[in-house]
Design a protein around this ligand. Structure first.
Ligand SMILES: [Zn+2]
Length: 429
């Protein structure tokens, strides 16, 4: 087992892109679980927003950059279970998402807020995945088990319900191994168990949208996304949020040109007890980071990644200049913000990201209302409890993995298939 880092935002859906495309989500067009389409090219009238929690999940494939290949498009035979991103999968290669009757069940379970319903879905997926592998031997399988996340949200991640949900994953791995040994193919099977994000307890919920409204701005935020607005608040996980301003503009405005009108909002956010980091994108390769009482710094991507203090060291990693992607990862290694330099540039500079991005403090999330399952634990933020995940393998790693994005190229390598250019991950096989 190794500990690797996931992506920002550390939330299901966007955080599946490293596993299924070997790339970070922002530049692929999935900046969060909820986002506003400033270009109006993908999302429709009248509100031009997206929330993948619900029927819009089916739009994720089309929201993804068309030129980025999914692992489904690159492997000869495959199976996806609860995969969310399904571009390149036939109907017979899907379990869970993408099957109409199953989607109805998922919707019922979601809106009833039924934890037992999610656990039952995990058991079914475990049985069906093992059966499918036994009968059809697909080259590549991705199976997501959502019970650990749902139980963590509803009961806290130390609760026995979470252990029970983990036992389903353990049982699925055991059954797949036993079948592979019986069939004499265990020696050529790679099995990896990992996660798209971590979790940490939430004590307090900040109604971020309501608070901004209290400052006199017109605000939209799911489920209320209709009508004119000054600020669109799009929360993911629920420990991060994209905030969009200047509604009339169809292409991204950047800081510092936004400062004249919006500096006071940035300062208001930074002063909230729930807010850990405020990110102000200055361009596709430049993003300012501010933290309460730790000052501001600039992250830039030129020949490499640089982190230059302006009035302090908000990430607590010291000054760095022109680091490679790997060295940037290692520079953040023991800090509170794993892979922050690379992740902040990847998200902050992407075309669909907010004009202000907020990452929540420990103990806090950014949505106080409208959740079907009560949130006693959260994720989505940049701090290490959310960003670090385990990666277990049934055989030694050829080189140390760093990121969840390493999984997809490693799968292609293990299958003897070519690895596309331009991935964010590197093979550990
Ligand atoms: Zn979750």
């Amino acid at each position: 087992m190794r500990t690797v880092s996931t992506v920002f935002p550390s939330v299901t859906g966007p955080a599946y892109t490293p596993f299924l495309l070997g790339r970070f989500p922002g530049p692929l067009g999935l900046p969060g679980l909820r986002w506003y389409d400033r270009s109006r090219a993908r999302c429709s009238f009248p509100h031009f927003t997206r929330s993948y929690l619900g029927s819009q999940m089916r739009l994720m494939d089309g929201d993804l950059a068309p030129d980025a290949a999914t692992v489904w498009e690159l492997t000869p035979t495959k199976l996806g279970a609860m995969h969310m991103i399904g571009r390149g999968l036939q109907r017979s290669e899907r379990l869970g998402y993408g099957r109409p009757l199953f989607m109805l069940r998922v919707a019922q379970v979601h809106f009833r807020g039924s934890l037992q319903g999610w656990i039952d879905i995990d058991r079914q997926i475990a049985t069906d995945v093992a059966h499918h592998i036994r009968e059809r031997r697909p080259a590549f399988v991705f199976a997501a088990f959502t019970g650990v996340d749902k139980a963590s949200h509803s009961s806290g991640h130390a609760h026995s319900q979470v252990t029970d949900a983990l036992k389903i994953v353990d049982g699925a791995a055991a059954e797949i191994r036993a079948d592979a040994e019986r069939a004499g193919v265990w020696d050529e099977t790679h099995i990896w168990v990992t996660s798209d994000h971590g979790h940490s307890p939430v004590e307090k919920h900040d109604d971020l949208a309501g608070a901004i409204q209290g400052e006199g701005y017109k605000v939209i935020g799911h489920p209320w996304v209709y009508g004119p607005w000054d600020v669109a608040v799009m929360v993911s996980g629920n420990a991060m949020a994209h905030l969009y301003v200047e509604r009339a503009l169809r292409s991204r405005p950047w800081w510092p040109s936004l400062a004249g009108r919006w500096e006071s909002l940035a300062a208001f956010l930074l002063a909230r007890p729930a807010v850990d980091l405020v990110l102000l994108p200055h361009g596709p390769h430049r993003c300012e980071v501010r933290a309460p009482s730790r000052g501001a710094a600039m992250i830039e991507l030129g020949k490499g990644y640089s982190y230059l203090p302006i009035s302090g060291d908000p990430l607590g990693i010291g000054e760095h200049t022109q680091l490679s992607s790997d060295d940037s990862h290692d520079a953040c290694g023991n800090s509170d913000y794993p892979d922050a330099l690379v992740q902040i540039i990847a998200l902050g500079g992407s075309s669909r990201a907010g004009d202000i991005i907020v990452s929540a403090k420990r103990d806090w999330d950014l949505r106080a209302r409208y959740e079907p399952i009560p949130h006693r634990s959260a994720h989505g933020a940049l701090h290490k409890e959310h960003m670090l995940v385990p990666l277990l393998s049934n055989r030694p790693f050829a080189s140390p993995p760093r990121r969840t994005a390493d999984v997809m190229p490693s799968a292609l390598r293990a299958l003897g298939l070519p690895v596309p250019e331009g991935l964010d991950g590197k093979t550990f096989v």
